[in-house]
Design a protein around this ligand. Structure first.
Ligand code: ADP
Ligand code: GN1
Ligand code: MG
Length: 375
């Protein structure tokens, strides 16, 4: 059965009245399969997001959905207290007809539905710098709102998700196995990884030494995981909550930078277009620190540029590992897609390294402002 047909069957377990008019593939996420649902009745049209959860990656869908249910309920209380709109400022799970947060079909595939956040857009590339600033405020705010969330109650949906040194070792295993015979063709990229071994160890060591605290973080802070309100241009909702787990604040910062401060798309093949925009880096720093409103330590602030480099490196290395493994993890849309993505990340990291002192200077500028007026 085709994916769409399976999706149509799954829909019936959320919407027993047969009012769904269409089920179309949607969005550009790399992990889950996402569909847009349109429902029509006497009162008009309503839209929903249907997702097939990637259970090869998320092995415990019960734990995953419990995390999302609890985190969204927690956020909802804060939104209501602040006089916000709970329909648009957090994800809203639509339960199955049996009252469950997801439906498991006969083949064991797991489906969930969210209300569609209307009049908002998610971007794969920054179109207006102010939108990137707003996304930073929203991600910073999100982390601050979850600062007192009981971290021990969260399931670790993907163990060692941002353990860059673990990712490095996994990469080396894939090079050794070379199941598709692709290693020879990517010797330059393999050498690039090996030249960055120290970067892979750095943040993990600092965490172990107690220099960087574990916090409840989002862990997948790409620009397209924020909904920007079409009218107000505010970052109204943080979505894609599958990886909300204890993590490092600098990694949330870093992942946003590697995606949003890149002047090119994540899979750009013309590497001359790839660079780390200092303007966007500065805007994001300002917004993120404002959203966090003084909840980072001085050490965390100092390490923000390292977070950006480590996340760019880790992500490139994960794309390369997947290319070597035969493209089994990330959704791809063309042959060599993961290699293109890897090259783009490595070109971006090289540019960040060239600009390291400028990135540090930006951070120090905001670190000072932060200490005087907010922290
Ligand atoms: P993935 O884990 O595959 O990245 P996401 O949960 O990020 O999946 O969803 C993919 C895309 O679908 C998002 O980038 C966004 O454009 C859209 N999307 C997801 N949830 C919603 C929602 N509740 N309302 C509107 N759009 C959404
Ligand atoms: C995946 O799900 P999505 O597309 O938002 C991945 C991230 C990577 C990102 C690279 C669970 O994010 O870790 O940084 O692709 N998510 C998972 O674009 O592995
Ligand atoms: Mg996503």
């Amino acid at each position: 059965m085709m994916k769409e047909e399976k999706a149509k069957k799954a829909v019936k377990h959320f919407f027993p009245r047969d009012l769904i008019q269409s089920v179309e593939p949607y969005g550009s996420g790399h992990i889950n399969s996402t569909f847009l649902l349109k429902e029509m009745d006497e009162s008009g049209e309503r839209r929903y997001i249907l997702q097939k959860i990637n259970t090869d990656i998320f092995r415990n869908p019960e734990g995953l959905m419990e995390n999302i249910r609890n985190v969204t309920e927690y956020l909802r209380k804060a939104i209501i207290e602040n006089g916000g709109d709970q329909e648009r400022e957090t994800l809203n799970i639509v339960l199955t007809t049996e009252g469950k947060p997801f439906y498991r079909d006969e083949e064991g595939e797991c489906w969930r539905v969210y209300k569609f956040i209307e009049d908002a857009i998610s971007y794969d590339l920054v179109e207006k710098p102010e939108d990137f600033y707003e996304s930073a405020v929203a991600f910073g705010n999100f982390q601050r709102l979850l600062a007192d969330y009981p971290a021990e109650t969260l399931f670790e949906t993907i163990p060692k998700f941002h353990d860059t040194w673990f990712r490095y070792q996994t990469f080396e295993q894939s090079v050794q196995k070379d199941v598709c015979g692709r290693a020879a063709e990517v010797s330059e990229e393999i050498a690039f990884v090996r030249n960055h071994m120290e970067l892979a160890k750095k943040l993990g060591r600092m965490q172990e030494a107690g220099e960087l605290p574990l916090r409840v973080t989002h862990n997948d802070t790409k620009l397209n995981n924020i909904m920007i309100d079409e009218k107000t241009r505010r970052g109204i909702c943080v979505i894609d909550l599958d990886t909300v787990m204890p993590g490092l604040a600098v990694n949330d910062f870093g992942d946003s930078i590697r995606f949003g401060a890149n002047t090119a798309y994540e899979d750009e093949t013309d590497l001359t277009k790839v660079s780390c925009s200092l303007e966007l880096f500065e805007l994001y720093t300002k917004g993120f620190l404002e959203g966090l409103n003084g909840s980072l330590t001085k050490k965390e602030i100092d390490m923000l540029p390292t977070g950006a480099m480590a996340m760019t490196f880790e992500c490139g290395m994960r794309f390369l590992t997947d290319y070597l493994d035969g493209d089994t993890y990330f959704n791809i849309h063309r042959p060599g897609h993961n290699l293109d993505r890897c090259r783009c990340q490595f070109a971006l990291l090289a540019d960040m390294e060239r600009k390291e002192s400028q990135l540090d200077a930006v951070i120090q500028k905001y670190s000072k402002i932060c200490q005087i007026s907010v922290c």
